[in-house]
Design a protein around this ligand. Structure first.
Ligand SMILES: O=P(O)(O)OC[C@H]1O[C@H](OP(=O)(O)OP(=O)(O)O)[C@H](O)[C@@H]1O
Length: 225
């Protein structure tokens, strides 16, 4: 590995093995290659995997992309990022997302699709200070068309993580609205975690009401209840 002057002055280390890496990275190549990622080369739509379709019944979106199941080390990275703003895990997650997006785009055309990062309600955004999904995903989407302020979160919902499956669905009812006509478009909606799919389903409903032809859900991790 060739290190620059910046790397010598401000060394960065792999979040897993602590070997020195380029400052632009969070993981060394060995650790990245060792991670338990979902096999998108075989299943570019995870709904084609019988076990996954059984874990997430009644989803209204057409395709599902995820990097991995919510298991070590992803659970720690996502929690630390969302609740403690530990942004050094961001680069590691971005390497994982970019790797999975490259595999996906080799099989699926996304040039005409528009991307929407799942918004937080404004009061949640102000109390947290950031949208953890935007922080991680936005830099991975430079070659795609990202729409901002199109999907609005109207309802200040309780955190899904505290609720049962039935309550999660009710909690998200009427949570979103869409400000733009999406007639005929394929919309990719992005979130960090899918547990029951209630959040992504509620967003899908709004996007389809606005005319979206298809909605594809991209999430960093899956964690069925
Ligand atoms: O698939 P589901 O059952 O809908 O659960 C997944 C959602 O739950 C979490 O958010 P949560 O509402 O807990 O918190 P946040 O909006 O503050 O990020 C997570 O970030 C997803 O958005």
């Amino acid at each position: 590995m060739k290190l620059s002057l910046t790397d010598w002055l401000f060394p960065s280390y792999c979040v897993l093995c602590q070997n020195q890496i380029h400052s632009s990275l969070g993981l060394c190549q060995f650790c990245l290659d060792d991670l338990p990622l979902l096999d998108l080369a075989e299943y570019d739509n995870l709904f084609y995997r019988p076990d996954i379709v059984e874990m997430f019944p009644n989803c209204n979106f057409e395709k599902l992309f995820a990097c991995a199941f919510y298991q070590p080390p992803f659970d720690l990275w996502l929690k630390q990022l969302k609740f403690n703003n530990q942004i050094h895990y961001k680069k590691a997650l971005q390497q994982v997302i970019k790797k999975q997006l490259t595999i996906f785009t080799n099989k699926q055309h996304l040039a005409a699709a528009v991307f929407i990062i799942l918004p937080l309600h404004k009061s949640r955004f102000f109390s947290r200070g950031f949208n953890q999904v935007t922080q991680v995903w936005q830099p991975c989407l430079s070659s795609f068309k990202v729409l901002n302020n199109v999907l609005i979160r109207n309802k200040n919902t309780s955190a899904q993580s505290q609720l049962s499956k039935t309550k999660r669905i009710k909690n998200l009812q009427q949570a979103f609205s869409c400000t733009t006509n999406l007639e005929g478009k394929t919309v990719v909606i992005i979130d960090d975690i899918m547990t029951t799919g209630a959040t992504l389903n509620a967003a899908t409903l709004s996007l389809k009401e606005a005319g979206a032809k298809q909605v594809w859900a991209f999430t960093t991790c899956l964690t069925p209840l």
